[in-house]
Design a protein around this ligand. Structure first.
Ligand SMILES: [Zn+2]
Length: 373
């Protein structure tokens, strides 16, 4: 027959009042109290069983119950000795899960009178049930909140997708793609943008959300994009065909023998054609890209400038007046002469007339210096 010698030590704290009460009763009055529970038959087996159930057993075999022990906390007696025991005591339960259950956590539970083992173990058992209950409620409330947030987000996404799908097709599809953006705006108070959407800017409708909730409307927009792209390409091809036909007609009628021969042989004649046609139809005009310098808006032009403009308008009524300047290339000059350059800043300044011909900028007047091919 074996005799059980193992005991379980219950640790608990006494408050000021509790310590005075202990004094009154002639009991040890320290704040840190210990009650040693001996195995039956020294105590009722019910008390022993409860002590076992609530106990933590350290690696060296010491069994203890810390009253007000925080869940999951290691029952290290050193913690206890430094009063670092946290006590979780649910103070009140929420009536609605939404309110969020409340747990009052205090550093420690202090008793106002010395306790016996049965009372301490009953208190601790009830506390642990309470804590479990609150944690369960807290978890449920967390889950409920998360699922509500998810539902709200889905509802918002769905509404946003449906709003997009309800817009006119031509607002949702452009030749450069499916449109889900609105123009950038820093104005917070601006009324919500309404009108054709854009393919870049501030994203108003999330593409993934559209894919999820209105895949049909998105597919419809994508098909429209394709159609618009086809349309643009067709127009481009038609315009190009018209230009080529016009070029052929012109060359056959006015082109030089060389240009006509090129055309017959199917040799590319774009540049030569443009040059010949410019010379014939806009005498005195040159391609802007062939003339050194840069234009700027005219300011206070002299009378001669208007003479030039009138002359230009004789061949091109759309001609407009600009100031033109060619800067002296200081760097090049210093490199060539090896000396610091003190030449005037401009090689040429004056007025020119400008217009466009065959889709390219043309200039009337200006410096004689031409860009080499
Ligand atoms: Zn110079």
């Amino acid at each position: 027959m074996t005799t059980q010698t193992q005991t379980i030590t219950i640790h608990y704290l006494l408050s000021d009042a509790g310590r005075r009460e202990a004094l009154k009763r002639g009991l040890p009055a320290q704040a840190m109290q210990q009650v040693v529970v001996d195995p039956p038959p020294a105590v009722e087996s019910q008390v022993w069983d409860r002590a076992v159930e609530l106990s933590d057993v350290s690696s060296d075999g010491k069994a203890s119950v810390v009253i007000g022990h925080k869940r999951g906390m290691n029952s290290d007696h050193r913690c206890w000795s430094t009063y670092a025991v946290s006590c979780v005591v649910p103070a009140r339960y929420p009536t609605q899960a939404e309110d969020g259950p409340e747990i009052v956590e205090s550093r420690e539970k202090q008793f106002d009178a010395p306790q016996d083992a049965a009372a301490l173990l009953a208190w601790e058992a009830r506390r642990r049930v309470d804590v479990e209950r609150v944690l369960t409620l807290r978890e449920a409330s967390q889950k409920a909140r998360e699922s509500k947030e998810k539902a709200d987000r889905e509802a918002r996404d769905r509404a946003s997708a449906q709003e997009w799908a309800s817009l006119p097709l031509e607002w949702r599809a452009k030749a450069d793609g499916v449109a889900t953006c609105v123009p950038w705006s820093n104005d917070e108070k601006a009324p919500r943008y309404e009108g054709p959407l854009q393919t870049s800017g501030s994203t108003l409708y999330n593409r993934e959300v559209l894919e999820r909730y209105v895949p049909g409307a998105l597919a419809e927009a994508r098909a429209e994009v394709k159609r618009l792209q086809g349309e643009e390409e067709r127009k481009r091809n038609e315009a190009e065909a018209r230009r080529m036909a016009e070029r052929g007609t012109w060359i056959r009628q006015y082109g030089s023998p060389r240009l006509q021969r090129c055309l017959e042989e199917g040799i590319e004649v774009g540049a030569a054609y443009r040059d010949e046609r410019l010379a014939l139809e806009r005498p005195g005009w040159r391609w802007e890209e062939k003339v050194y310098g840069a234009k700027s808006e005219p300011r206070n032009p002299p009378a001669e400038a208007f003479q030039l403009l009138d002359e230009a308008r004789a061949t091109d009524p759309d001609a407009k007046l600009y100031h033109w300047a060619v800067e002296h290339d200081r760097e090049e000059c210093q490199k060539d002469s090896g000396e610091p350059c003190d030449c005037p800043k401009y090689v040429w300044t004056g007025y020119v007339a400008m217009s466009s011909f065959l889709g390219k900028a043309v200039i009337f007047g200006g410096p004689e210096i031409e860009v080499e091919d």
